[in-house]
Ligand binder design. Sequence first.
Ligand SMILES: [Fe+2]
Length: 193
Amino acid sequence: MKATTRVAFPGAEELIERIDDAVARSDPRDVVHALRRSMCAMIRDSDVRLPDCVFEPHREHYARRELYRSPSLGYSVIAMTWGPGQGTPIHDHSGMWCVEGVWAGEIEVVQYELREQSGDRFQFESVGGMQAGPGSAGSLIPPHEYHTIANPSADAIAVSVHVYRAEMTQCNVFRRVDGDWYERSPRRLGLDH
Ligand SMILES: [Fe+2]
């Protein structure tokens, strides 16, 4: 039986085949490397056209829409839609690797390294960032899993596609409390339609 995405769209089968091929590797470093290359190629491939819904931002928050979850390999593919100025707090990835490709617009990513922890308080240092446009992809492998993502545009939406090692239903977010110290709190991650 052929794998199908939650919402049908042109190029979906190719997208799944390419992700399957990358995720089947054993070393996470090889997986994310192959996925970044595949993601960049698919974004530039005019045969792959994401469904219309992923270009519709949510008024209140960035939108998460699941495109596909692999029954055999366990990974999940989430399209995120960022309205102008929408973004995330610092968050972790529940210990999962992730590859993120920019499909439309611009995305700003800032990476953080954990320097100290005291109970639910964490000290982070920002260690770099990048602004990425369509056709680019980045990745993270725990323990280097802390970052923020935002759409820096004042008037344009942005769309990114994220492949996670498994379904990510929750993560931890970190709110600044004092200087470079942040307080951790769990957040459930919902899906939009
Ligand atoms: Fe993230």
